[in-house]
Design a protein around this ligand. Structure first.
Ligand code: UDP
Length: 234
């Protein structure tokens, strides 16, 4: 049984690209989509925020104006959400992409009420385009949308199985935390999420579970807290 009635799943852009690291990997996205289907069918409402790193990051170009570069990054997150929404459709789930800015007929403009109405109807709502503002990240967009749409938790799927005191790929003695507070993230300078999103989750009491996307059925297991990730609270 799921502990949660409404969750926000945050995926990095790279999570959509499998081992390639760029673009889309259909098999990987299907693996995620099938888990989401299972979760929705069991009665939990699912909102999704996806990063854009498989296409572009604001800091990708050292020479460009940051605002312009971030605008490209935000559009990358829209492409990712459109792709995920389409894969969800092919496996029989209703979904909608909402953006904080108008993109003609391709996406719906973000609205808290509309999002909650759709989630309540068991549609998956993908919040794309970040916050709509440069100098922010999709971590912050995930915090903002989870708080606005009254989610119970943010499920942060990463390529590592939780938060460590140092990079486990570089330090074999790196220690994993089972639990953390947002204050710890700030005071220890842990890089799992950016500071803006950590402060926001702290101020608004939004918990977060960090876990590995790669492990089999990890999103489904995260729903039941049957996973060895890191739980972050205030
Ligand atoms: N971005 C932005 N505002 C937002 C969210 C994202 O400008 O509210 C841009 C920014 O350029 C970022 C890119 O979109 O680098 C992709 O987002 P993601 O959070 O994946 O970026 P990362 O944290 O990996 O740079």
């Amino acid at each position: 049984m799921s502990k949660y009635s409404r969750v926000l799943l945050k995926l990095s852009g790279e999570a959509l690209s499998g081992e390639k690291g760029v673009g889309f990997d259909e098999k990987t996205v299907l693996m995620v989509a099938n888990q989401i289907k299972d979760i929705v069918e069991k009665g939990t409402q699912v909102a999704i925020v996806i990063g854009g790193g498989n296409f572009w990051r604001g800091r990708t170009s050292q020479n460009m104006d940051r605002t312009k570069s971030d605008q490209i990054g935000m559009m990358a997150t829209v492409m990712n959400s459109l792709y995920m929404a389409e894969i969800l459709r092919t496996i029989g789930l209703k979904s909608v992409v909402q953006t904080p800015f108008k993109i003609g007929t391709t996406t719906e403009e973000f609205s808290k009420d509309k999002a909650i109405e759709r989630l309540t109807n068991n549609e998956v709502v993908l919040f794309a385009g970040g916050t709509g503002h440069p100098y922010f990240s999709t971590d912050t967009a995930a915090a903002l949308r989870a708080i606005e749409t009254e989610c119970d938790v943010i499920l942060l799927a990463k390529n590592v199985d939780g938060v460590y005191d140092s990079d486990p790929n570089e330090n074999i003695n790196a220690k994993k935390y089972d639990k953390l507070t947002y204050k710890d993230i700030v005071s220890k300078g842990l890089k799992v999420i950016d500071l803006t999103s950590a402060i926001m989750c702290m101020e608004q009491n939004m918990p977060m579970l960090v876990f590995s996307l790669i492990e089999e059925d990890s999103i489904k297991n995260a729903m039941e807290n049957n996973i060895s990730g890191t739980f972050i609270t205030i």
